[in-house]
Design a protein. Structure first.
Length: 354
């Protein structure tokens, strides 16, 4: 399996380095033959090539079997004409990675004082309120007068149906329960269509229970009674916001693993950002990036019928679970270790004992 690795900005260099070490170890242990090819995007690329995405990068990603993208300083990239392309958007749109799967699970030993949860946010990734990906060319956010801005939200039945199908398929492997999160009381037509499309797809999955919750109330429900939810399907921005909340409820945004998947390509990228407030201090939690990489191995193993990839992914997830329980983690998860030391402790757990 060939994987392109782009460390990203801020804490990306630190967390992706740990994820790479873990991948190389499981590659040996499970004989995966991983071929990790390192390249750059974001600020490092802007400095070197004058653009956050250099020429030829998309082509090499398309020739590979997967992509690991570190967190990007997207807020810094404001002007595409100056090479400041948002790399996350670039790959999500360019590779049609429509399903952003964001699990949140409470780990024993995490020290969280919130109620335990184990759920997955399935977020549409290619349209919605994200004006930078809604039109074929340019953006759909317009300065009408110096004091008036219009940002278009696009919702299409096709995108609603495919994200719904991804959620229901996932639900079959879990508790067979999908919750549709929306704002159809206000966005009557767009979110009305989102609900309709989800319910149409639901008919193909008669064993899966379906309900729906309005997004603002969902923020309260998921704090108060997270056990009521398992798979949550929602539009782009609601999913982005809700998944940061669920990650933090589970212990830390530093545990927020995610995969961005389409029909042909997939990209592992932690759900959080480049965390400039803690970058370069050896305190960032690397588990979000490791668990994202693990999700990429599962995606590949399931598609290719290669169980050893799924086993390697499970080994990574299990080692992370054990590490947190043993407090071999960063401070956000109740441990006392630095990023590097957390990685080293994890490698010991992953190393073969014979
Ligand atoms: P952020 O997600 O980077 O950080 C929010 C808070 O969570 C910070 O206090 C940070 O220290 C903490 N945090 C994040 N990751 C952590 C980790 N692994 N371990 C421990 N703590 C962690 O959000 P922000 O500060 O609003 O954004 C910073 C930059 O990241 C901005 O440029 C933003 O646009 C960008 N961003 C990128 C992505 C992405 O690449 N997918 C996602 C969100 C934000």
């Amino acid at each position: 399996m060939k994987i392109i690795v782009l460390p990203g900005d801020g804490i990306g260099a630190e967390t992706v380095a740990v994820a790479v070490d873990a991948l190389e170890l499981v590659s040996q242990r499970y004989q995966l033959g991983l071929n990790l090819q390192h390249d750059i995007a974001g600020h490092a690329s802007l400095k070197k090539y004058g653009t956050t995405i250099h020429e030829g990068l998309m082509e090499s990603v398309k020739k590979a079997d997967g992509l690991i993208l570190g967190p990007m300083a997207t807020y810094d990239f404001k002007d595409e004409s100056k090479g400041e392309i948002n790399p996350s958007k670039f790959f999500r749109k360019g590779l049609d990675l429509f399903a952003n799967i964001r699990p949140a699970k409470t780990y024993a030993g995490s020290g969280t004082t919130y109620k335990p949860l184990d759920l997955v946010v399935v977020r549409e990734n290619t349209e919605g309120f994200y004006a930078d990906r809604n039109v074929e060319s340019g953006g759909s956010e317009m300065l009408i007068t110096p004091d008036v801005v219009v940002s278009l939200r696009r919702i299409t039945r096709q995108c609603c149906e495919r994200i719904a199908r991804a959620a229901f398929e996932l639900a079959l492997t879990r508790k067979k329960h999908v919750t549709i999160v929306h704002k159809a009381n206000v966005l009557r037509i767009g979110d009305g269509m989102f609900i309709d499309a989800c319910l149409a797809v639901a008919k193909e999955f008669p064993t899966v229970q379906v309900d729906d919750v309005i997004v603002d109330a969902m923020m309260a429900h998921v704090v108060r009674a997270p056990e009521r939810y398992d798979v949550i399907v929602t539009t782009n921005m609601f999913g982005d916001i809700l998944s940061d909340l669920t990650a933090e409820l589970a212990g830390s945004l530093g545990m927020a693993a995610s995969i961005n998947a389409g029909t042909t390509y997939a990209m592992a990228q932690a759900a959080h950002g480049s965390a400039p407030d803690i970058a370069g201090q050896n305190i960032a939690n690397p588990f979000s990036q490791i668990c994202s990489a693990a999700m990429l191995l599962t995606w590949y193993g399931q598609r290719k019928g290669r169980p050893e990839f799924v086993q390697a992914s499970q080994a990574l997830e299990q080692a992370v679970t054990q590490a947190i329980a043993a407090k071999e983690s960063t401070r956000d998860m109740g441990g006392k270790l630095g990023t590097k030391e957390t990685g080293q402790a994890l490698l010991k757990r992953l190393a073969p004992t014979d």
